[in-house]
Design a binder for this molecule. Structure first.
Ligand code: AMO
Length: 445
């Protein structure tokens, strides 16, 4: 409560709490989103941190005198009375009768784009990204990242409930963890170091300490191509767990995790989901298929001629996504047992057929969003595999401490936050689901 003119006022009331203040005076703070002047009165839409609140101004019930400085994107504090009415469907709706307005600040210039329409119409993605700090003021744009918050929050909440410990691994590293050419090199006081491609080496080390760990943090990939699904910096949601029976424990944990995330979104982010017309997937069990069976299916059923028998191209992933939907009514499909040649050195080979690994990817609506699997935990086996992969085990001495001094059977996964957001919201380009994307052509804003 705050005192204004000697009266106690309910200050900064959230829109969702208006129902508790029907007929009472409250204050709200926010931006003037839109003004519609009518004859004798005006609608002033105030944009608060999560809502648009309709306020009505008329001289007969307001001590405020209309001031032409009051314009869109002005920051204001509004004092008014909460009034309710019934809409056409019989739902109760609330607005604020303006009693007074305090202008807190005024924009120096008009916005270069119109942000107060339902969506940013006819504006190219590159312009939206150039103008991100203000483009995000559009309610639909900002809803994307509220939902993204919900995904990361669900990831954290679920894993904490399963006795995982949250870790923070360094992003300046002595080696790249994932191999390949997409590692950023960095000059570190004359020494060559690398930006973390993933927290892989550290999350494994910490299984030896906390048994179950997770991290939500940026990772870096020097992607040399401009694609709709690759970023140079993205948020990797990782977990790693010890004392597993096999890699299926990881897949089961991910299934539970996704169910939790989607339930949380439905419960606490429904306004944003509605705004973006998002269809939240229903998960019962997630179907699962071996890599080679999937290849055969693509060749036989889809008459597709794969160019690479060690991995899938985007078209193949799309076809497998369609197949999962049609055959199992599932938005997800696990593909397991990827070829050893294509998986990193820490992946455990399948003892029944070492050409393949105890690993998996998860496809969501035809896009890979997760890689994971069981890891090598035996010291000698890991050293041998590194040598086979052309690596020098001596350079990985600290990583190998886990194996040398005792490691439980363990495994984990990495889930790309932007990719999951992208396909949940039906976007064609991962940049739409990235707050400030970094790609081969972009490092600003
Ligand atoms: P991987 O390299 O397959 O596995 O990455 C895991 C997940 O991260 C996302 N991803 C990306 N998202 C945006 N831009 C990129 N350039 C990009 N690259 C990857 C994808 C992918 O499925 N250490 C392993 C994980 C593990 O086994 O625990 C790893 O990083 O969603």
């Amino acid at each position: 409560m705050e005192q204004i003119n000697g009266k106690l006022i309910n200050e900064n009331v959230a829109f969702e709490d208006f129902k508790n203040y029907d007929g009472q005076e409250v204050t709200i703070s926010g931006y003037v989103h839109r003004i519609r002047e009518m004859t004798g009165f005006a609608f002033v839409i105030i944009r608060t941190k999560r809502d648009l609140i309709q306020c009505v101004y008329a001289p007969e019930f307001s001590s405020y005198r209309w001031d032409d400085r009051l314009r869109e994107e002005a920051c204001v504090k509004v004092l008014g009375k909460v009034v309710s009415s019934l809409d056409a469907k019989g739902n109760q709706r609330f607005e604020l009768q303006i009693h007074d307005v305090t202008i807190l600040s005024l924009p120096a210039e008009d916005l270069p784009i119109v942000i107060n329409k339902k969506q940013l119409d006819n504006i190219q993605l590159s312009t939206i990204l150039d103008l991100r700090p203000i483009a995000l003021r559009n309610p639909k744009e900002r809803a994307i990242f509220k939902i993204q918050e919900g995904i990361a929050r669900g990831f954290r909440e679920f894993l904490l409930s399963q006795d995982f410990t949250e870790i923070r691994s360094p992003k300046i590293n002595f080696a790249g963890a994932e191999g390949g050419t997409n590692v950023f090199k960095l000059d570190y006081f004359g020494k060559q170091v690398y930006l973390a491609q993933s927290p892989q080496l550290y999350k494994q080390a910490l299984v030896g300490v906390y048994e179950r760990v997770f991290e939500i943090a940026p990772v870096f990939r020097a992607e040399h191509h401009d694609t709709s699904r690759h970023l140079n910096e993205y948020i990797s949601m990782d977990f790693e767990m010890g004392f597993i029976n096999d890699f299926r424990d990881i897949m089961n944990m991910e299934t539970g995790l996704l169910k939790y995330i989607f339930n949380l979104l439905k419960k606490e982010y429904s306004a944003e989901l509605e705004l973006l017309h998002a269809v939240v997937p229903e998960i019962d069990t997630i179907p699962c298929m071996k890599f080679m069976d999937a290849k055969e299916l693509l060749m036989k059923k889809f008459k597709y001629n794969p160019t690479d028998m060690k991995d899938f191209d985007p078209q193949e992933e799309e076809m497998l996504g369609k197949y999962a939907k049609k055959e199992f009514n599932s938005d997800f499909i696990f593909i397991t047992h990827y070829p050893s040649k294509k998986r990193p050195f820490y992946t455990m080979d399948d003892p029944e057929d070492p050409e393949y690994t105890l690993s998996f990817d998860l496809l969501f609506r035809g896009l890979e969003i997760t890689s994971g699997g069981q890891r090598v935990h035996d010291y000698k086996a890991q050293v041998d595999k590194m040598i086979k992969c052309g690596m020098d085990p001596e350079q990985f001495e600290t990583y190998l401490m886990l194996h040398k001094y005792g490691a439980p059977p363990h495994g984990g996964l990495g889930l790309g936050l932007e990719r999951l957001t992208m396909h949940l919201l039906g976007f064609k380009n991962v940049r739409e689901a990235t707050m400030f994307p970094r790609d081969i052509n972009r490092v600003t804003p």
